[in-house]
Design a binder for this molecule. Structure first.
Ligand SMILES: *Cc1c(COP(=O)(O)O)cnc(C)c1O
Length: 457
């Protein structure tokens, strides 16, 4: 088999600024050991997120010039609407400025005290919008999804037995929606099978509950279905997506993920009355229904990006580049969530740094070392992000201590990825000398963005 190459040529480039290890130690100290507080200029390879960090194509840039900035009924809106329709076949398509704006509108209408929203795993902004409305979010991930080193094809699936049981317990009338996140971002970028979505839909239909899809990485998920699920080998991504969305009553999406856009999102559904309510709220929060918080040029870029994201040469390279880091880490014995998912590699910091307890934030310590070693920026998904304190002020740790290295779309080449693997392996070799951290400043909500730390001796 020949090397799978990047399916693009480079026309416009951005320089990377290099720093020495001594400089990075200083930069990190000044950022209080929190990579969110480091200036992007000082990062060599930025794997903080894959959201809004994609490289747009020459076609998308041409679309930016073509964008129609009419306030109402712009051409760009109709091209955007057609692109979303061709994937979802949904009747009502509502643009928003990003994924969480769609969530805010949807859950403001359907949420409220006494309501429950059930999911495989809710993304953090989705959960926050649900809870902000007064409702509760319930995650029912399948058992395989909870075991980091277990190899299984669809570790993002929802547990359908638990779904039935929870609906019975809470009462169908208190559950406005079931939401399936594809791929499962918080659970390692793991895919959901078509079979699982079909089964979830059958349960939802039985209890008369609509099924929504959080579609941020729909194309990556459809590619996994093509690779791993019987009966889909010979279908193209659009056909698989059409079938997948045919089981759904609606969806939310961040175009900053699988639409190669730097900003944007949408809400789509088949229920006319609900769409009407959403549009009413859209007008007071985002804008007129044919632009929803976006410029015409953004709608144009999304319309083009949604078509490009379903190119199988792109998807093959995308999924392969993540798998490729996994193979390099395997060869060196570095622990990570297996198998590799769609958009990121998740290092298992608990097993990487077993001498650092959860109270000393092994994920955060590992993030810091990756930066010092090679200027690589990732994000802790562990006790800093999800930890709580009990009544005595003792830390309640997160279930897993992870470092997510998310790969921006079409931005880095194989040599960048080789470099990242080398940095991780270098840090792994000197892991026993790595020290834990202590928090010196934190805020009550979403503390990971702004917390400050110091190194322990
Ligand atoms: C990013 C993301 C969102 C929120 O989208 P934003 O555009 O960042 O507001 C929602 N769900 C999932 C699964 C995501 O990855």
């Amino acid at each position: 088999m020949k090397t799978i190459i990047e399916p693009f040529k480079i026309k416009s480039v951005e320089p990377i600024y290099f720093t020495t290890k001594e400089e990075r130690i200083n930069i990190l100290q000044q950022a209080f050991y929190n990579p969110f507080l480091i200036k992007a200029h000082n990062v060599i390879i930025d794997l903080l997120t894959d959201s809004g960090t994609s490289a747009m194509s020459s076609e998308q840039w041409a679309g930016i010039m073509r964008g129609d900035e009419s306030y109402a009924g712009s051409d760009s809106f109709f091209r955007f609407e057609e692109a979303v329709y061709s994937i979802t076949n949904m009747k009502y398509i509502i643009p928003t400025h990003q994924g969480r704006a769609s969530e805010k509108i949807l859950f403001s209408i359907l949420g409220g005290k006494g309501k429950y929203f059930i999911s495989n795993t809710l993304f953090d902004t989705t959960r926050a919008n649900i809870e902000f409305s007064g409702a509760e979010g319930i995650d029912l991930l399948c058992d395989e999804g909870k075991q980091p080193s277990l190899i299984a094809p669809f570790k993002g699936n929802i547990n359908t037995e638990a779904l039935k049981k929870t609906i019975e317990e809470k009462g169908a009338e208190n559950i406005p929606l079931v939401i399936i996140t594809i791929t499962n971002n918080s659970g390692g970028g793991q895919p959901v099978s078509m079979q699982n979505i079909k089964e979830a839909k059958a349960i939802c239909t039985h209890y008369n509950i609509p099924l929504f899809i959080d579609a941020c990485r729909f194309s990556e998920n459809c590619y996994f279905i093509k690779q791993r699920e019987k009966g889909y080998e010979n279908k193209n991504i659009q056909e698989i997506a059409n079938e997948l969305f045919s089981y759904a009553d609606g969806c939310t999406m961040s175009a900053k993920k699988d639409a190669f856009a730097n900003i944007g999102g949408f809400l789509a559904m088949n229920n006319e009355a609900l769409a009407q309510q959403c549009r009413n709220l859209l007008i007071i929060t985002e804008g007129f229904p044919t632009y929803g918080g976006l410029a015409g040029r953004d709608l144009e870029a999304i319309a083009i990006g949604l078509k490009e994201i379903m190119d199988e040469n792109y998807l093959k390279y995308r999924i392969r580049s993540i798998e490729y880091i996994g193979e390099k880490l395997d060869a060196a014995g570095v622990p990570y969530i297996k198998p590799t998912g769609g958009h990121a590699i998740y290092l298992d910091a608990k097993n990487f740094l077993p001498h650092i307890t959860a109270e000393q934030y092994p994920g955060q310590a590992l993030c810091c070392e990756l930066f010092i070693e090679g200027g690589v920026r990732g994000v802790e998904i562990g006790t800093v992000m999800f930890g709580k304190y009990d009544a005595d002020g003792k830390t309640i740790p997160a279930p897993m201590e992870l470092v997510r290295l998310a790969i921006p779309r079409r931005v880095y080449t194989q040599s960048h990825i080789d470099y990242v693997a080398e940095v991780i392996i270098e840090v792994f070799k000197r892991r026993e000398k790595i020290k834990g951290l202590q928090i010196t400043f934190e805020t009550p909500l979403l503390r990971h963005f702004t917390a400050q730390f110091k190194q322990l001796n």
